[in-house]
Design a binder for this molecule. Structure first.
Ligand code: URA
Length: 454
């Protein structure tokens, strides 16, 4: 019907493609009737010329319809999910799902694995012995109907066009195009059948988008695309210039999750978790304001309901709930290396990208999808940027097993921390929110969280 070469030329010349033209391209990409050399030429044209929100929406829909779309017909209520663009120490989904589900908002969460320096929710969940992330669509839906949530991996039936496009983007320097990222994320998110989303778009050296400006563009594009699909959403721009929480590594992050669900844990992780759970409760129509959502979320943790819900998720998905109740019984890594400050001063920076890569080198992450993960290894940190550090203070613990060459790695981890003799400001955790639903006063919400948690 259309000529692929003409469509590449149109995009090259900055002309918007119609829904029918984009459908034609995505069908041809999925059934492989369009050869890779034409697909990559079109990707490069999109990279340079961009796409309008309308075109991005057409592309998202075409990619979504290239595969299975869950309907979740048996689930009552407004289903809400969260998507993070990925970071170091970002385990927010793990405490978030049980908190929000215990407030009665159904959550169909389909997550990814870690790749490169960022960790993945599925790998963290799989560090719990027996935990099965590979449920069928029918099992996923019946678990949500039964306990209000489920956390699984993407099936190969979901958005197959994305898999093809993603691998071609990866080898043609076109990954960082905002419309291509938006359609890749949204086609998979819309396939899980959620009614609304909270987007956590991270910026900084440990994030996929390094600059606040491009992260903001992506956040706007995600919110706009959700809206064009009649899905409600709110996006937050959050800082990844230092790790989130204190622990990086698969089981270590489950430990920190348990802390959060017991009302403890690092301040930054508590704030982000409660802010997002409150936002999901609001979008899920369980509360009238995000402020009220904060109060209900903190109460769900204090009452023990959120931890109980986490145990339910673990049990339903075949995991060992006893080890979650008794985390001290989990096997430890064979070796521990302690890193101390060699001068007094103030923590000036913590390179989250380097720490994320160090975790991969320890065996806690993967550089290619076939790499195996060691769930016990990781890095624990003890300060945040801006904090006072004394000479000899412990700044990191590295948990590792045999077979890791620590010599060079130790230096690399040490160099990830920089201590300054003059005071430095703490980093702002959240830059801003993008919402078409309500005004969001982030400082006020943080104060409410701090008041309720204490
Ligand atoms: N995550 C995705 O799923 N796709 C992208 O293109 C980038 C991040």
């Amino acid at each position: 019907m259309f000529n692929t070469c003409d469509l590449i030329g149109k995009k090259r010349d900055g002309i918007s493609l119609s829904k029918e033209e984009i459908d034609f391209l995505i069908e041809g990409i999925t059934d492989k009737s369009i050869p890779d050399y034409q697909v990559t030429a079109w990707l490069m044209a999109v990279y340079f010329r961009g796409m309008s929100y309308e075109e991005t929406n057409f592309l998202t829909k075409a990619m979504l319809n290239s595969g299975e779309v869950l309907q979740l017909k048996s689930i009552k209520g407004t289903t809400i999910d969260k998507h993070s663009t990925g970071g170091v120490g970002d385990k927010v989904s793990l405490p978030l799902v049980p908190i929000v589900a215990s407030l009665g908002v159904p959550i169909p969460m389909i997550s990814g694995r870690g790749l490169g320096h960022t960790g993945g929710t599925l790998d963290k969940l799989e560090s719990i012995p027996g935990f099965n992330v590979n449920l069928s669509a029918a099992q996923f839906e019946s678990m949500i109907a039964k306990i209000g949530c489920s956390m699984i991996g993407q099936t190969k039936e979901i958005a197959p066009a994305d898999k093809i496009l993603y691998s071609l983007r990866d080898v043609t320097a076109t990954t960082s195009s905002i419309p291509l990222i938006t359609s890749s994320i949204m086609s998979k998110k819309l396939a899980e059948g959620s009614d609304g989303f909270v987007f956590d778009v991270k910026f900084g050296h440990g994030a996929f988008m390094k600059e606040l400006k491009s992260a903001t563009e992506l956040a706007n594009s995600l919110v706009q695309t959700a809206e064009l699909s009649n899905n409600t959403s709110i996006a937050y721009l959050t800082n990844m210039d230092q790790p989130l929480g204190f622990k990086i590594g698969n089981w270590l992050e489950i430990e920190e999750t348990i802390d959060i669900l017991k009302g403890k844990g690092p301040r930054d992780l508590q704030i982000i978790t409660y802010l997002f759970s409150a936002t999901m409760a609001y979008l899920g129509k369980k509360v009238d304001s995000i402020e009220e959502g904060v109060i209900c979320s903190v109460e769900a943790v204090k009452s023990g309901k959120a931890f109980e819900k986490f145990l339910e998720i673990v049990t339903e998905q075949g995991g060992d709930a006893l080890v979650v109740q008794n985390p001290e019984t989990y096997p430890r890594a064979a070796h521990l290396l302690e890193i101390s400050a060699d001068s007094a001063g103030y923590m000036a920076s913590i390179n989250s990208l380097e720490l994320g890569l160090a975790n991969v080198a320890l065996g806690g992450g993967r550089l290619k999808t076939s790499d195996l993960i060691d769930p016990c290894v990781g890095i624990e940190i003890f300060h945040k940027v801006g904090e006072r550090v004394e000479d000899g203070d412990l700044i990191a613990k590295v948990y590792y097993n045999d077979g890791v060459e620590m010599g060079e790695l130790k230096g690399r981890i040490e160099r990830a921390f920089s201590i300054s003799s003059s005071p430095c400001d703490p980093l702002e955790l959240i830059d801003s929110a993008i919402s078409k639903n309500c005004d969001i006063d982030i400082q006020k919400l943080i104060s409410t969280i701090e008041r309720e948690v204490l």
